[in-house]
Design a protein around this ligand. Structure first.
Ligand SMILES: CCCCCCCCCCCCCCCC(=O)SCCNC(=O)CCNC(=O)[C@H](O)C(C)(C)COP(=O)(O)OP(=O)(O)OC[C@H]1O[C@@H](n2cnc3c(N)ncnc32)[C@H](O)[C@@H]1OP(=O)(O)O
Length: 138
C-alpha cells in the first residue's frame, strides 16, 4: 500500500521506544486492519511502564484522557511505543504515548514510518488494597 509523503515522519530522535511489537493476523478486525483494541491494550501497557517506575510500584489506569487513531496499523508493521510522563499529581501520573509504525521492509520496498496513534492516559499509584497512595518524591 502506498502513502502520501506528507504522513511519513521519522521516529523520535534520541529516544528509545518503551515497547516495540509486530501485530499478527490474530490481532486484526473483520476488515483485516489491526484491531483498535489491540493498539489500546499495548498503549495502556506502554504508558504504565514509566508510571510504575515513577510510582515505584503498582498503578491502576484511571482515565484515558484522549486517544486518536491517526492512521491504520497493518499486520507485519514494526510498531513502536514512546511514553513520557507529562504530569505528576498527588497520587496520579499522566503519560503521553505516541505510536509509530514502520512498514515496507517485509515487501522488500523502502521502509516508511508513520505516526499512527496519540494518547494521553492517567494512572493512579495504588497500595496493596488498591487504594490510591501518594506518588513518592523523586
Ligand atoms: C518498569 C517496571 C515494570 C514492572 C513490570 C510490570 C509490568 C506490567 C505491565 C502491565 C501493566 C498494565 C497496566 C494496566 C493497568 C490496568 O489495567 S488497571 C485496570 C483498569 N483500571 C481499574 O480497574 C481502576 C479502577 N478504578 C479504581 O480502582 C479507582 O478509581 C482508583 C484508580 C484506585 C482511584 O481511586 P479513587 O478513590 O477514585 O481516587 P481519587 O482519590 O478520587 O483520585 C485519585 C487520583 O486520580 C485522579 N483522577 C480520578 N479520576 C480521574 C479522571 N477521570 N481523569 C483524570 N484523573 C482522575 C484524581 O485527580 C487523583 O489524582 P491526584 O490529584 O491525587 O494526583
Amino acid at each position: 500500500m502506498s502513502h502520501s509523503p506528507e504522513i511519513h515522519t521519522p521516529l523520535p530522535e534520541g529516544r528509545d521506544p518503551i515497547l516495540r511489537l509486530v501485530p499478527m493476523p490474530t490481532d486484526t478486525n473483520y476488515a483485516g486492519d489491526v484491531f483498535g483494541g489491540w493498539i489500546m491494550a499495548q498503549v495502556d501497557i506502554a504508558g504504565s511502564l514509566p508510571a510504575i517506575r515513577r510510582a515505584r510500584g503498582r498503578v491502576a489506569t484511571v482515565a484515558v484522557n484522549s486517544f486518536v487513531f491517526k492512521q491504520p496499523v497493518f499486520v507485519g508493521d514494526v510498531v513502536s511505543f514512546y511514553a513520557s510522563i507529562v504530569k505528576i499529581g498527588r497520587t496520579s501520573i499522566t503519560v503521553d504515548v505516541a505510536v509509530y509504525a514502520q512498514r515496507g521492509l517485509r515487501q522488500g520496498s523502502d521502509e516508511i514510518c508513520i505516526k499512527v496513534t496519540e494518547a494521553v492516559l492517567t494512572y493512579v499509584a495504588v497500595d496493596e488494597n488498591r487504594r490510591p497512595r501518594v506518588v513518592p518524591q523523586e
